[in-house]
Design a protein around this ligand. Structure first.
Ligand code: ZN
Length: 285
């Protein structure tokens, strides 16, 4: 069950759905403008968010900012007609590539076979849409290269193009007065590869950028909002595994052993998964 959660007067967000890969959607409520964060994976996803906002008496959004080009963050745009959509130039280019595609089963299977699409997304698209796949790619209204700041009245939102393994066009958003960092999918693995992978270089570079923000709350689009303390732990695990995988490229056993020695305990499921991603990202070096 998806719920619209009020974090503060200024920031609301709707919980994600694993099965259909619906990410968290955010709403930043300023004195003069409301900004949506991401458009969702379908018209029904975006419409549900708008309905919930209305039900809670929130002002209708004037703008929507996109975190990256992946389907689950942009397919809801047709439901946001008349709302200014904002994306990095690289996100717009990624979206343009989707325009010629058909989304029926045969077309999806074909693209998965060609390695253009991945079965993880194809499955989630089938789950979200069933057989009625009226999917339209709506391009963003306004694009930027590196960074952009929005003044919504009493709250400023910084958009910054950070890239990373997951998506080269990834943008993060920082709600300055609220001290909330909206990560999107920026810190996740690269899924558009033969195996899901992360590289030490991109991960460490990205962590350096993310840690410059004085964020008190951090939002993982397919996870949850976490405290700065919890995020610091995630970052530390990522840094350590990234560093060790540079020392033992492609060697899962050795990465696991060294990491377990370093933390001096059994490694958990999340860490095990990260180790696999870094093994995949360093194999053959
Ligand atoms: Zn993504």
């Amino acid at each position: 069950m998806q719920t619209l959660i009020k974090h503060s007067e200024r920031f609301w967000y709707m919980t994600p759905v694993d099965l259909t890969d619906r990410p968290i959607l955010g709403a930043v409520v300023g004195d003069t403008h409301t900004l949506l964060i991401d458009a969702g994976n379908s018209v029904s996803h975006a419409s549900f968010f708008l309905e919930q906002m209305k039900k809670h008496g929130l002002r209708a959004p004037a703008m929507v900012a996109l975190t990256h080009w992946h389907w689950d963050h942009i397919f809801g745009l047709p439901a946001l007609e008349g709302i200014v959509s904002i994306a990095s130039e690289a996100t717009k280019q990624g979206m343009e590539k989707l325009m010629p595609y058909a989304w029926d089963d045969a077309s999806l299977d074909e693209r998965v076979a060609q390695g253009i699409e991945i079965s993880f997304c194809a499955e989630a698209i089938r789950e979200e849409y069933g057989d009625a796949r009226d999917i339209q790619i709506v391009l963003p209204t306004l694009t930027f290269q590196e960074a952009l700041t929005l003044d919504l009245g009493g709250v400023h939102v910084m958009l910054k193009h950070v890239g990373g393994d997951h998506a080269k066009d990834a943008v993060i958003l920082y709600l300055v007065e609220e001290k909330i960092l909206f990560l999107g999918d920026a810190l996740y693995a690269n899924l558009y590869a033969p195996t899901w992978r992360m590289t030490p270089e991109e991960t460490l570079r990205l962590l350096d950028v993310l840690e410059t923000f004085d964020a008190h709350q951090i939002v993982w689009s397919h996870g949850e909002m976490v405290s700065r303390e919890a995020f610091a732990e995630d970052c530390l695990a990522l840094r350590r595994i990234a560093a060790i995988s540079s020392d033992f490229p492609g060697n899962e056993e050795e990465i696991t052993r060294s990491y377990a020695v370093l933390v001096n305990r059994e490694i958990n499921e999340e860490e095990r998964e990260l180790i696999t991603f870094f093994r995949n990202g360093t194999v053959g070096r």
